[in-house]
Structures are given as structure tokens and as C-alpha cells.
Design a protein around this ligand. Structure first.
Ligand code: ADP
Ligand code: MG
Length: 734
């Protein structure tokens, strides 16, 4: 047990802390501006590397072996690591620690424990043991487990992930040490998104290392790298709190389009308003302190929409950092009188927000396996791994589609703002031609002749930004990485990457096996590779599509090619449940059948819960806010008409207006009743499939109709009688 005497001064935020205690202090100018990024970067995070001097040498070595080479964690190191962490955390003003984990809700969860324990003498001590570090037991019975835990065995436990650094989150009255952890049931089944991600990283590493042997590369690890671009909206807090739909659902359920939408495209990359820029700088400052390498910021397409992108990192850390990015965006907005909306579609008729998951594979020393290089060796490597990725994407379109399916994203995907629901891969003209030539056996007649080691030795330089020219593709090769662009802005990237790693691991294994067998038949590596790539591309080339993903022709063409078109979340969840997918995840020990099923169940559950909150909010807002406003408008008009009737003036138009108002108001009430009837199914005892069908066929159309009537009324009711902030106000007041 390690304890130090309690120092009460330490319970106050340290005076020297440049952030002060909260955002208010920060905007009062206590924070140095502009920030000296170099001196603050990572100051709120403790990596194993940073513990080098404080840990006994053997302990440090063992930890390093775990972090860098994936060695099993030696529990004997925990005591020493806990001592080092406690000291560091307390020096940084932390009074509490928490096991920070990623439950299946898709967000993060934490339960704080104080470092402080009373001692016999009536005082208190700071305590934090190896056991506290390694394992925790959140009272977790209310986290969704998809049936993995019956209530009688409701306990789950969290376990330290030493491969992701601990970090400190400040609050106005102190600070908390956050320890990234996995979350599992006592039977060892994953109840979270981090566990499968870590397992998938291992699976891919194993298969990629085997493949690298073909190329005479002896690696004991291959990592996947991820950089996730994040889109978000900002609205003034004042308006936010006056919109019960934004508060309850994160999106507007009503609202007539503004006279000026995004038609002029003048917001995109336009100059950033001062208040927003101050907020962004603050977000970046905090993220730098957490060691999150944020890089770019700019306005996005819709008014009020922005984007932030970090530099890519090891995928496990990138996933943790992604959560920290979302939390920081949300947390700091209030200091600027703003609210950050991460919902996929906060405003109808305007672009929604997504997340681009840039993904690649790399050796620990930084050789990017998807970098087409300028030697025959690196070209072979590239073509091999690129083929593996394409094979995986074609085989498991359904999985990829399902990982990005949620109620919010249903409003985006397939609209003309985000990739279609059909998964396909963009390669760009040159690379597509190269693969085509390999399949057709015509590489000899092209400048790329002998790509695989014969003749002209190198690939032509591929345009780095080729992918960006086609924003309609869900899965685009952008020079040295693939960019999966269908993610919703509110989503965790952990599940997406777990799936991606697993399916690519499988393809790499298959390609490796084929190359080996061809070589066993006496073929040279070059010829074996060529035959293998030809075989797999020929089989999976239907997934390659460089054209306009929004076009009607593509819908038809994709159908001819036999590509899946899973139009909405519930279809995608059903597809994820397929035997083929369970077999894949099980084979690579990423998820067993029960764990996968649990995820699907939780996805359905979250979807229906989201919908049910939206339905309740819709009814309540329509009935209690919009209907009374319409009635007040009718009353005013009626009074006016009575008065002008008295002076004997005829007014057909004003009469007409009252008539229209009355008609729409009646229609509103009928539409409310329709939504209410359709939603009765939420209280009925019915199966998932029935509920899903009913949702698509009844509930969603009824809600749409209700919204349409309400939005018509918004255009008729006088502005001063309309109780909800308008789209114009929310989007243009910055
Ligand atoms: P663009 O501006 O064309 O979108 P960038 O090169 O700026 O492309 O990259 C966008 C995102 O992709 C960034 O987050 C970046 O760090 C990330 N990225 C770049 N290279 C890789 C890689 N090898 N693996 C994963 N992500 C990467
Ligand atoms: Mg991008």
C-alpha cells in the first residue's frame, strides 16, 4: 500500500495552473496567449516513456515491452507504476482517479474514486495501489450488455490498458486522473468497444507480420494508424435551451428552412468568426495539453458547421483521443456561450456532420504499407496490401455499413451530402488502370509494365489528393491511406476500426497463403504475387468505383454488380448478424458469437430508444408549443377580422389567411394523433423485426408528415408568436 500524508493545499487547483480552475477564468485572460505549444504539449498526459526516470529499470522495461511489443502485462509492474502515476497525478492537482472506458453506448464512462482514504489518526492519506490501477469494478449493471450479463451476475470489471497513456481532466474544483481501461464481464466477455479494437490490432499485426516475411521483412509488429476528421455544429446556448428538441435529441425535429441555406457555399473555408475562433483555439489548447495532435480547423459546408482534424496515430490511441476530442468540443463550448452539436443531422435541409476515418498500416519504424513507393520492392508491398484491403471491403460491405449505422446517420447517408449507403472503394484513375491491367494481363503494354518486378521498376507517382476530388465515395484511397467517410459525427471510431482491422487481417492471411502456395509450386515471388493479386482483384473488382456515388446510374450499376444497398440502420444491423460475420470475428478472436450478437442487440436497442425519445419530443413540442402558437395566431387574426368587419371592410385575403391557418392547425392535430398511434408499438410486446418494419413504414413517415405541417405553420404564424428559435437565428448568429 502506498500512501502519502494528505496535503490540503493539494485539494485546491494549483495556483500556478495556467488554465485556472475553469473556463471563466480562462476567458478572463489567465491563460497565456498565444500558447507556447511546445511547452504545454502533453503536459496533462503521462506516457510510459515519461515514467522512465521514475520507475525501477526492470519495471520500465517490462511496461515498455507491453506497450511496444504487445507483451502480456506483468502484474508485478503495477505497484511501481501506480506509485509513479499517483505522484504525477497529485502533482497535477488530481484528487480522484477513474477507470475511463468505452461502454457499448458508444460514448465513454467513468466512475470517480478519491485518492483520499481516512487513516487511523483521524486524518487522511492519499492512496492508489497497483490493484487500483489494474482493475476496477464500476457498478455497471445499467450499462447495456446486450444480454451478456444477466442481472444476477451484473458485475463487470475494468482493466488497465497500458498501451494508452493516462491523462488528467480538470474541472472547476479539481482534477481527475483518467486511466484508459477495457470493460469486460467476469466471464471475460467484452462489454465495451476498446477490447475488440485491441484484439483486432493484434490480429492484423499477426497476419501482416507473416505477410511481410514474403518480402523478407522481419517485423514483430504491424500497427494500424488512424486520423479521424471530426465535423460539428455550434449554436448559441441561448437558442439551444429554447429548443427542447435540441436539448433532448441533439437535433431539430422542426424548423422551416432559412431563406438562405448553404446554396452560396460561402461558409465553406470562409473566415472563421471571432467567437468561434476563440473557442477553437481553446479546444486546441486543451487538446495539446492532453497530447492530442490536432492539426487543422476550418469552416464546413453548412452555416454554423466546422471541422477539426488531428494528425494520425496508432489506432488505439487515436480512438481514445477521438473520444477526448468529442468531450473537449462539448465541454468548452459553454465557456463561449455556445453548444457543440455532434449529432449527424442537427438541421434538416443542410449538410449533416460526419467523421472521416483515415486508416493505414505501418511497421513500428514507420514504413507505411499503403505507400506506393519508388522501388519495385515497395510497389509490390503496396499492391499486395492494397489488394487485401479491397478484398476485405468487398467481402464485408455489410459489416462496414453496419458499423456506421445509427439513427442520426440514417438522415445523412444516401442524401446528397454524404456517401451513399452502398459501400464501394475509390482508387483514382491511375491505380484503377493498374489493377485493370493486372486483371486483363495487359500490364506489358502499359507504361506501368513489369510493375511486379519485371521491366520498368516503379509505379507512377500517384496523386496524393486524388481521393479528395471524389467526395462521393465512402471508401477512398487518398494517396497513402484509405479514408472511410461514412462515419457519423457522434460515433466512436473504435468499432469501425476493430471491424476494419479484422476483415483486412483475414484478407492478408488469404493472400499470403496463396502467394506461399504458388511459391511452393516453384514460382518466383514476383510471379506468385502477380497471380495472387490478379486472382483477388478479378474476384473483387466490383467494389472499385471511381464515378459519381450520388448518381442514379450508380444505384443501378451497383445493383447489377451485386453490391449491397442497406438503406437504413435496421437493415444494416440485420445484415451484421449474419453467420459469415460471426465466423470472421470469431476466427480472429476479436468477438465471439455472443459478443457480436450483444453488439447487434445494443445497436438495435439504442436505435429504438433514440427514436422513441424523438417521437415523444415531437409529440410534446407539436402539442404543447406549436399548436398553442398556431391557436394564438388564429385568435389574433380572428380579432382583427372582427374589428375590420365592424367598420364594414371586406378582406378576402385576410379571411383566406385565417382559413389556411385553421386548416393547417387542424392538420397538425391529425398529424400528432397519427404519430401517437404509430408510436403505440413502443409499448407493445413485439419482436425486433416487426418493430423495425413498423418504424420504417409507419413511425418515420408519420413524423415526417407532422414536421411538414409544423414547418408550414412556422411560415404562416407571426414571428413574435413563434416560440421556437428559427433556423435563421440558430445558424447565422455567431
Ligand atoms: P487531406 O487533407 O487530403 O484530407 P491529409 O494528408 O491532411 O489529407 O490527411 C487527412 C487525415 O488523414 C489527417 O488526420 C492525417 O493525419 C491522416 N493521415 C495521413 N496519413 C495517414 C496514415 N498513414 N494513416 C492514417 N491516417 C493518415
Ligand atoms: Mg477527409
Amino acid at each position: 500500500m502506498h500512501a502519502s500524508n494528505l496535503n490540503f493545499d493539494r485539494l485546491q487547483p494549483p495556483a500556478s495552473n495556467p488554465i485556472g480552475s475553469n473556463g471563466a477564468a480562462r476567458s478572463n485572460g489567465t491563460r497565456p496567449f498565444p500558447a507556447d505549444i511546445n511547452s504545454i504539449f502533453g503536459e496533462q498526459t503521462l506516457t510510459v516513456e515519461m515514467m522512465r526516470d521514475t520507475l525501477p529499470r526492470d519495471v520500465y522495461k517490462k511496461l515498455q515491452a507491453t506497450v511496444e511489443h504487445g507483451a502480456r502485462l506483468d502484474t508485478s509492474v503495477a505497484e511501481a507504476a501506480a506509485v509513479a502515476m499517483k505522484k504525477w497525478a497529485i502533482d497535477h492537482g488530481a484528487t480522484h482517479f477513474t477507470h475511463w472506458f468505452q461502454p457499448l453506448t458508444g460514448s465513454t464512462a467513468e466512475k470517480h474514486d478519491s485518492f483520499v482514504t481516512p487513516n487511523k489518526g483521524g486524518g487522511a492519506m492519499y492512496e492508489f495501489s497497483g490493484k487500483d490501477l489494474i482493475q476496477g469494478e464500476p457498478d455497471a449493471s445499467s450499462f447495456p450488455s446486450g444480454g451478456l450479463r444477466a442481472t444476477f451476475e451484473a458485475r463487470g470489471y475494468t482493466a488497465w490498458d497500458p498501451t494508452s497513456p493516462v491523462f488528467i481532466i480538470e474541472n472547476p474544483r479539481g482534477a481527475t486522473l483518467c486511466i484508459p481501461t477495457v470493460f469486460a464481464s467476469w466471464t471475460g466477455e467484452a462489454l465495451d468497444h476498446k477490447t475488440p479494437l485491441l484484439r483486432s490490432i493484434d490480429a492484423l499485426s499477426r497476419e501482416a507480420c507473416k505477410a511481410l516475411k514474403l518480402f523478407d521483412m522481419d517485423e514483430d509488429k504491424v500497427v494500424t494508424t488512424v486520423g479521424a476528421e471530426q465535423e460539428y455544429f455550434l449554436v448559441d446556448r441561448e437558442y439551444f435551451y429554447r429548443r427542447p428538441d435540441l436539448v433532448a435529441c441533439g437535433r431539430t425535429l422542426f424548423g422551416a428552412p432559412p431563406p438562405r441555406g448553404q446554396e452560396l457555399s460561402d461558409h465553406y473555408f470562409g473566415s472563421i468568426p471571432d467567437r468561434v475562433l476563440a473557442y477553437m483555439s481553446d479546444v486546441e489548447y486543451e487538446l495539446y495539453r492532453l497530447g492530442v495532435p490536432v492539426k487543422t480547423r476550418h469552416n464546413e459546408v453548412a452555416p454554423g458547421q466546422y471541422e477539426l482534424a488531428p494528425i494520425f496515430e496508432h489506432s488505439n490511441i487515436a480512438a481514445d483521443h477521438q473520444h477526448q476530442i468529442m468531450q473537449t468540443l462539448r465541454r468548452l463550448a459553454g465557456n463561449y456561450g455556445l453548444v457543440c452539436l455532434l449529432h449527424e443531422k442537427p438541421f434538416a435541409g443542410l449538410n449533416g456532420s460526419g467523421k472521416h476515418n483515415n486508416w493505414s498500416m505501418s511497421t513500428p519504424s514507420g514504413v507505411n504499407l499503403l505507400e506506393p513507393g519508388d522501388t519495385p520492392h515497395s510497389n509490390r508491398l503496396f499492391l499486395f496490401f492494397c489488394t487485401a484491403v479491397l478484398t476485405a471491403v468487398d467481402r464485408h460491405q455489410d459489416i462496414l455499413r453496419a458499423t456506421v449505422a445509427n439513427a442520426g446517420n440514417d438522415h445523412r447517408l444516401g442524401g446528397h451530402e454524404a456517401p451513399p449507403a452502398i459501400i464501394s472503394a475509390f482508387l483514382g484513375e491511375q491505380l484503377s488502370a493498374i489493377f485493370r491491367n493486372i486483371v486483363e494481363g495487359t500490364e506489358g503494354q502499359t507504361p506501368e509494365a513489369g510493375l511486379l518486378g519485371l521491366g520498368v521498376p516503379t509505379l507512377p507517382p500517384l496523386p496524393r489528393h486524388a481521393g479528395d476530388r471524389n467526395r462521393t465515395s465512402p471508401f477512398a484511397f487518398t494517396g497513402n491511406k484509405f479514408e472511410f467517410r461514412a462515419l457519423g459525427s457522434s460515433q466512436t471510431i473504435s468499432f469501425v476500426n476493430a471491424a476494419l482491422n479484422t476483415m483486412v487481417a483475414e484478407s492478408i492471411a488469404d493472400l499470403t497463403a496463396m502467394v506461399e502456395s504458388k511459391m511452393n509450386e516453384g514460382k518466383s515471388l514476383g510471379l506468385a504475387l502477380r497471380a495472387t493479386i490478379k486472382h483477388y482483384i478479378a474476384k473483387h473488382q466490383r467494389i472499385i468505383f471511381d464515378g459519381d456515388g450520388y448518381s442514379q446510374e450508380w444505384m443501378e450499376e451497383a445493383e447489377k454488380r451485386g453490391l449491397l444497398n442497406l438503406k437504413n440502420s435496421v437493415d444494416a444491423y440485420a445484415a451484421l448478424n449474419a453467420e459469415k460475420n460471426a465466423a470472421l470475428f470469431e476466427k480472429y478472436e476479436v468477438l465471439n458469437k455472443r459478443e457480436l450478437k450483444a453488439r447487434v442487440d445494443v445497436m438495435y436497442d439504442q436505435y429504438f430508444k433514440t427514436l422513441s425519445v424523438e417521437v415523444d419530443s415531437s409529440i410534446s413540442i407539436a402539442q404543447r408549443i406549436i399548436l398553442p402558437a398556431a391557436l394564438r395566431a388564429m385568435n389574433e387574426l380572428g380579432t382583427t377580422l372582427r374589428h375590420i368587419g365592424k367598420v364594414d371592410i371586406q378582406s378576402a385575403e385576410t379571411h383566406g389567411l385565417l382559413e389556411r391557418l385553421t386548416q393547417h392547425t387542424d392538420q397538425l392535430q391529425r398529424a400528432i394523433a397519427q404519430v401517437r398511434d404509430a408510436a403505440a408499438i413502443f409499448d407493445a410486446d413485439c419482436g425486433t423485426e416487426e418493430l423495425a418494419a413498423h418504424t420504417t413504414n409507419q413511425i418515420l413517415p408519420a413524423m415526417e408528415e407532422l414536421r411538414a405541417v409544423a414547418d408550414t405553420l412556422e411560415r404562416l404564424v407571426p414571428d413574435n408568436l413563434w416560440p421556437l428559435p428559427s433556423y435563421e437565428e440558430m445558424l447565422y448568429i455567431k
